[in-house]
Design a protein around this ligand. Structure first.
Ligand code: G1P
Length: 301
């Protein structure tokens, strides 16, 4: 399915980017973690590009006071573009224009860090009557290869309701995630969801299917977000709003993604992503591969 065929399903993608980035201190004193480069491209551009590829026309970035640079990254830079143009640096010019050309970027401000559910709720004012459903993409999560949003849109078109992305992960690693209570459907990669719990202890987890940062949510999620109370970590959780919709009979499914995933939200996961992307890069890949191989075999001088 192409992006164009999914435009009726959703046209707005919401990216919550209001966090303090404490795991990346001290860098995040000055630079938002969403702008840290995976090779040369900020993680948030990779996520915006995935949303655009799936048919989104608009990106609402939910950010906090002081993190305006995340939104500014998607604005044109006329002086820089003129300089590059006059010097004939067409490849760089294309890179500089790529982010702003992806989709229309708007901002919503989360004044207080009250949780992911609260962050998503701040985007409601940016929606129009056309937004019967919205995509939510967490910029910490890179889901590879891209394309899962298109599969989720196809499930919403067939089943209605909301569709989330799940990864099947080992039970002992499940507790940092929202976890689904599921039953099988005729398709092994699509499951019906009967409940969802945020950050359970492994022994309390209803399955090994964990939420992986991609959500296609019916607009009724905003009504549910107004009715939840603080949950895990004392925060207003998106998971609890999804669980509330399920309890009220709203259909929710997951698409199980069997590919890869990187967690850009901590230095260890971020480094893996950077190395993974760099190894595939025609300019940097070959010499990095040689150096890494040598480095693995030798002690540091
Ligand atoms: C958030 C969600 C959680 C989800 C996870 C995916 O948690 O609350 O349900 O499984 O993202 O990365 P966080 O990582 O913000 O604690």
């Amino acid at each position: 399915m192409t992006g164009a065929e999914t435009t009726q399903t959703f046209r707005t993608a919401i990216v919550p980017a209001a966090g303090l980035g404490t795991r990346f201190l001290p860098t995040t004193k000055a630079v938002p973690k969403e702008l840290l480069p995976v090779v040369d491209t900020p993680g948030i551009e990779l996520v915006a590009s995935e949303a655009a590829q799936a048919g989104a026309k608009r990106l609402v970035i939910v950010t906090s006071p002081g993190k305006e640079s995340v939104v500014n990254y998607f604005r044109n830079a006329p002086e820089l573009e003129e300089t590059l143009e006059s010097k004939g640096k067409t490849d760089l010019l294309a890179k500089v224009r790529r982010g702003p050309g992806l989709l229309d970027v708007e901002v919503a401000i989360q004044e207080q860090a009250l949780g992911l559910g609260h962050a998503v709720a701040q985007a409601e004012g940016n929606l129009t009557d056309e937004d019967g459903a919205v995509a939510v993409l967490l910029p910490d999560d890179l889901v590879l290869p891209t394309g899962v949003l298109e599969r989720m849109a196809a499930v919403r078109a067939r089943e209605g309701g909301s569709v989330l992305c799940a990864f099947d992960i080992p039970k002992e690693q499940i507790s940092p995630y929202g976890v689904f209570d599921v039953t099988d459907t005729g398709d092994p990669d699509v499951k019906r969801v009967h409940g969802m719990v945020e950050k359970p202890a492994p022994e309390d987890a209803p399955s090994t299917y964990a939420a992986a940062g991609r959500y296609l949510l019916d607009r009724s999620i905003f009504d549910a977000l107004r009715r939840i109370t603080p949950g895990s970590g004392g925060e207003l959780q998106l998971t609890d709003a999804v669980a509330l919709l399920i309890a009220e009979g709203h259909p929710v499914h997951v698409v199980v993604h069997r590919g890869g995933r990187h967690d850009l939200g901590n230095p260890g996961g971020f480094l893996r992503a950077a190395v993974d992307f760099a190894l595939e890069d025609p300019e940097y890949g070959p010499s990095l591969r040689t150096w890494l191989t040598e480095r693995m075999e030798s002690q540091r001088p």
